[in-house]
Write a protein that binds this ligand. Sequence first.
Ligand code: BJ8
Length: 425
Amino acid sequence: MADYHEMWAGLGLDLKTHDMLLEIVGKGYTDVFLSQKNRPKGMEYFDFVMSEVHGLRIKEILDAKAEGRKVIGTYCVFVPEELVLAIDGVCIGLCAGAEFGFEEAEKFLPRNTCSLIKSAFGFKLGKVCPYVESADMIVGENTCDGKKKAYESFKDIVNDLYVMDLPQMKSPEGRSLLKAEYKKFAQRLEEMSGKKITVESLKKGIEIANNKRKAIHRLSALRAAELSPISGLDGLLANQIFFYDDPIRFTNSVNAVCDELEVRIKEGVGVFPKDTPRVLISGCPMAVPNWKLPFIIENSNAVIVGEEMCTGERGTQNLVNTNANSVDELIDNIVDRYFQIDCAVFTPNPGRLEHIKEMVKKYKADGVIHYGLQFCQPYQMESKILEKELETAGIPVLLIETDYSQEDAGQIKTRVDAFVERIQK
Ligand code: BJ8
């Protein structure tokens, strides 16, 4: 990697701490990803992206800003990237997946806050995230109580925080609220960029976002092959990079991996031996560099064949229909897609159970490992209902409750080993 210290200093990063963070993430990446055997050649692109995650990509973003494009940071898959693309903006997922700066974060948040929220605060307070520092506007959303209340303090420590309200029920009123919020957001984007969203620009934004999702759908479908052509870790990595790479380059790179996987499937090449137990993971999102649980699973003689999470199929499923003649109709189509997201903050939320069952069938999973972050009430509460329903339907379930620390890794490994033995054919 080239020397980017000047660029980072310009963004106000704490260089010493940032160097330390990069070293830890780099080492983690080498241990978790580069140690895997028989990876598809196309994954080299993702290795490159990760090696330049705070370098080249940030430079690209700063170049885009210099051209007058706006950078929008987000924390939730409910924020419609299509609208950001329609003003020729850059949309970046900011979720943080490392236990970093928690002590500082706890000056603003109760100790019993989930790691995901603490990490977002920790990255900002520790001045180690060039994405947060590059953003012209950060979008928060009223989802779980933790996030909703945390944004009340977050607004004082970031530049321009915009909070979007979201429905909690899949009712006609809920849908109307979502549409009103998306229209308000579109207006805010127009004001800040000085660019009008037109039918043409919005259709283009939809097309770029749809293509990105189609590429991931293609990758997911290939993971259904009897002999897994790619590891779950690499599948997750593609889903994580989905949030901050250039969307067109990302789409092309995922499609290139898919071309290679199709050949692998034809030739009977897999990354794990035949009859390796197949696991579906489900639950809270896993942001970079949160690879603890998938690493444990794939080092317990199982393969992950799909992710029912926002860094996975919950975040990428369904496309936006481009068939419309006005911006308002296109926004309706966007609402139609996003309103189907089955986040656990919705009540009731039967769609998620159905989606998990569908995924188990589609990817031929032998069991489900549910990943719930400590203190995440929506997913922890829902996990009990899911466990009961899935076990009744004959689908074995393991509930894992954890955080971003490594302290419980040994204990989780023991439980995953026992579960893998249970689902072994
Ligand atoms: S659509 S999952 S990205 S809200 S882990 S902060 S829920 S206490 S992240 Fe999410 Fe949007 Fe839903 Fe997806 Fe709260 Fe739970 Fe923490 Fe969470």
